[in-house]
Design a protein around this ligand. Structure first.
Ligand SMILES: [Zn+2]
Length: 133
C-alpha cells in the first residue's frame, strides 16, 4: 500500500470522492472500497455526492496504518521473507556495533542479527544503546 500523505488533509474540511482521489493520488475504486467495505464514514449515507469530513478521513487512514504496523516483542525480528515477526534460531543471535552514531546523545548504534527460525533468512533489528543487553 502506498503511503498517503495525511498532512494534506484538513480536518475541518469536507471532501468529495473526487477530491480525496486527487489529493491522495489513489484510484476511484480504492476510495469506493474504503467507503463500502473498510469503514470510511461519509457525512451522510446514500447522498450524492458523497462527502467525508477531513477528520474522519485522517482517523480512518491512521487506523489503517496502525493495523499494518507489525509490533515486535522483545527478542523478535521482522523477517522480510516470511513477512512477519519471528524469533531468531537459537544460538544464531548476536549483537553487533554498526559504527553509526544515532540520536541526540550521539550514541553508538547496535543491531541484533540472527537467522529466522522459520526460513533461516538473515534477520536484523536495530537497537539503541539503551536497549542493549
Ligand atoms: Zn523467515
Amino acid at each position: 500500500m502506498a503511503k498517503h500523505n495525511i498532512r494534506l488533509i484538513k480536518s475541518k474540511r469536507s471532501y468529495s470522492m473526487t477530491q480525496i482521489v486527487s489529493l491522495l493520488k489513489i484510484d476511484r475504486k480504492t476510495c469506493r472500497c474504503w467507503l463500502k467495505k473498510e469503514g470510511l464514514r461519509p457525512i451522510e449515507q446514500n447522498v450524492n455526492p458523497i462527502l467525508v469530513i477531513g477528520a474522519d478521513l485522517i482517523d480512518f487512514l491512521n487506523k489503517k496504518r496502525a493495523k499494518r504496523r507489525i509490533g515486535l516483542n522483545e527478542g523478535q525480528f521482522f523477517c522480510f521473507k516470511c513477512h512477519k515477526s519471528v524469533r531468531a534460531k537459537a544460538g544464531s543471535e548476536e549483537t553487533i556495533k554498526t559504527g553509526k552514531k544515532i540520536g541526540k546523545s550521539n550514541s553508538d548504534q547496535y543491531k541484533k542479527v540472527g537467522n529466522c527460525e522459520v526460513c533461516n533468512t538473515r534477520v536484523n533489528r536495530f537497537i539503541g544503546v539503551s536497549q542493549q543487553d
